[in-house]
Design a protein around this ligand. Structure first.
Ligand code: HEC
Length: 410
């Protein structure tokens, strides 16, 4: 059995962060202590607010306080009093705009067992299993969609896995964002092998993709590098981005083997030659542009989210032309995950609540969008989405609630 995260709570209390803008009142110290163990309390200020039952549901998805009912009461009373449902507060997220349209979606949802793990990046592996990582809990998780059974595998402490990919032989690979490794899980034995970085400056493997030859390519955001791991030999090679502070983030492999990388720290895309690891910059037009992720359509066109400016972008490598469209929920909507699915471009608006799933039809240049369902809550954040093996569904997730979802067009 896994150790529940509540077990670490007494350790966190003395380390409680200093005041982060929570209003005065009974319970403030308790909330600061309990709620700053995993993230800053500014997420509470940014929320749209809930009634007491809503705060109970939302916080239960992060931390189990039932062992200390008095503390739980104090925390929920404070949250419901100072951050009620509705109204306006400074710093609060803006509303997600629903764009109506012809399509209806089906959502199938599983909730990751360990609360507060920051479950993310679901991907389909061999046998139709869905894998995710619990970044803050050093967890690699698996769903059997047929039976609904969910299993959690322990990764080395401090690995802080950021993302997960399955290789064709059935092994599951994760990016050890916290301990500067790439990791491989054998799902049968549960054994984990770690592949350390050959350079101490390479600290944070982030997002990965296999190419057609089985080479695993990955980004290192804060190290400003691209990595290449050969699973046959375990050899890791690294190349530095030519753009200072570019923060390589999302990565995808084009049909010709070229790697395309999103810059989360500068207005650019990066193009990596797989043979030489030479990296070329594709500058994007507007200051303030940052790109979390990208994907590539059947014609080789690059679709990317302009997270910084709240737009959807298109780059045609053949013509060099960049085109952008304002995202429906506006400049602060922070588009984040993106995938080409069923001939259209899908992404989410993570800066607004609810977190919105958006579909863009390239032929007619029209949008349709849906709130990502989370019961009576309106939480986020979808950070990476991928298409299922049979191309019939989109795999998405929600970090605050631990939800992993399979989306189909009905
Ligand atoms: C064990 C870890 C953990 C603890 C402790 C924790 N949270 Fe969270 N919380 C999360 C995760 C994971 C997310 C998603 C963050 C992300 O993706 O960046 C989150 C997000 C949130 C959000 C944003 C939801 C949204 O709109 O997307 C709010 C509000 C929040 N937490 C409130 C609280 C409160 C209140 C407490 C204290 C009772 C608390 N959290 C304690 C893990 C935790």
């Amino acid at each position: 059995m896994r150790t529940c995260l509540i077990a670490v709570l007494p350790l966190l209390l003395p380390l409680a962060a200093t005041a982060q803008g929570l209003p005065d009142g009974d319970g403030r110290a308790e909330v600061e202590a309990v709620c700053s163990g995993c993230h800053r309390t500014n997420l509470i200020n940014r929320s749209l607010g809930y009634d007491r039952a809503g705060w109970d549901t939302l916080t239960a998805a992060m931390i189990d306080l039932s062992a200390d009912p008095e503390l739980q009461e104090t925390v929920l009373d404070y949250l419901a009093e100072h951050f009620p449902d509705g109204g306006e507060r400074p710093g609060m997220r803006g509303p997600g705009i629903t764009v109506p349209g012809p399509l209806a979606l089906g959502f199938e949802t599983w909730i990751a067992p360990t609360p507060g793990q920051r479950a993310r990046d679901p991907v389909e592996g061999p046998g139709g299993m869905i894998w995710w990582v619990g970044q803050w809990g050093d967890i690699l998780g698996r769903i059997d969609p047929v039976t609904g059974t969910m299993s959690e595998f322990d990764l080395p402490a401090g690995a802080k896995p950021h993302s997960v990919n399955a290789d064709p032989d059935g092994a599951i690979w994760y990016t050890g964002n916290g301990n500067g490794t790439m990791g491989r899980l054998d799902p049968v034995s549960g054994e984990v092998e770690e592949f350390p970085m050959p350079d101490p400056a390479a600290r944070d493997p982030h997002t990965a993709e296999f190419d057609a030859d089985g080479i695993l390519w990955f980004t290192l955001q804060h190290s400003n590098m691209i990595g290449r791991l050969d699973p046959a030999t375990g050899e890791v090679r690294l190349a530095a981005s030519p753009v200072a502070g570019s923060k390589p983030y999302g990565i995808k492999v084009a049909a010709d083997g070229t790697l395309w990388v999103a810059c989360n720290g500068a207005p650019c895309l990066l193009k990596v030659d797989p043979a030489t690891m030479e990296i070329a910059e594709i500058p994007l037009p507007d200051a303030g542009t940052t790109v979390r992720r990208l994907d590539i359509d059947a014609d080789g066109v690059i679709w990317w989210v302009n997270s910084g400016l709240g737009r959807l972008g298109r780059y045609d490598p053949a013509s060099g032309v960049v085109t952008e469209w304002p995202s429906p929920s506006g400049p602060d909507s922070h588009p984040y995950a993106i995938a080409v699915f069923g001939g259209a471009v899908w992404y989410n608006e993570s800066g607004v609540r609810p977190d919105m799933l958006v579909r863009f039809e390239p032929v007619t240049e029209t949008f349709q969008s849906w709130p990502i369902p989370s019961g009576d809550l309106h939480a986020g954040i979808l950070r990476h989405m991928r298409v299922s093996g049979d191309r019939a569904a989109l795999l998405i997730h929600q970090t605050a609630t631990g939800a992993i979802m399979r989306v189909t067009v009905e």
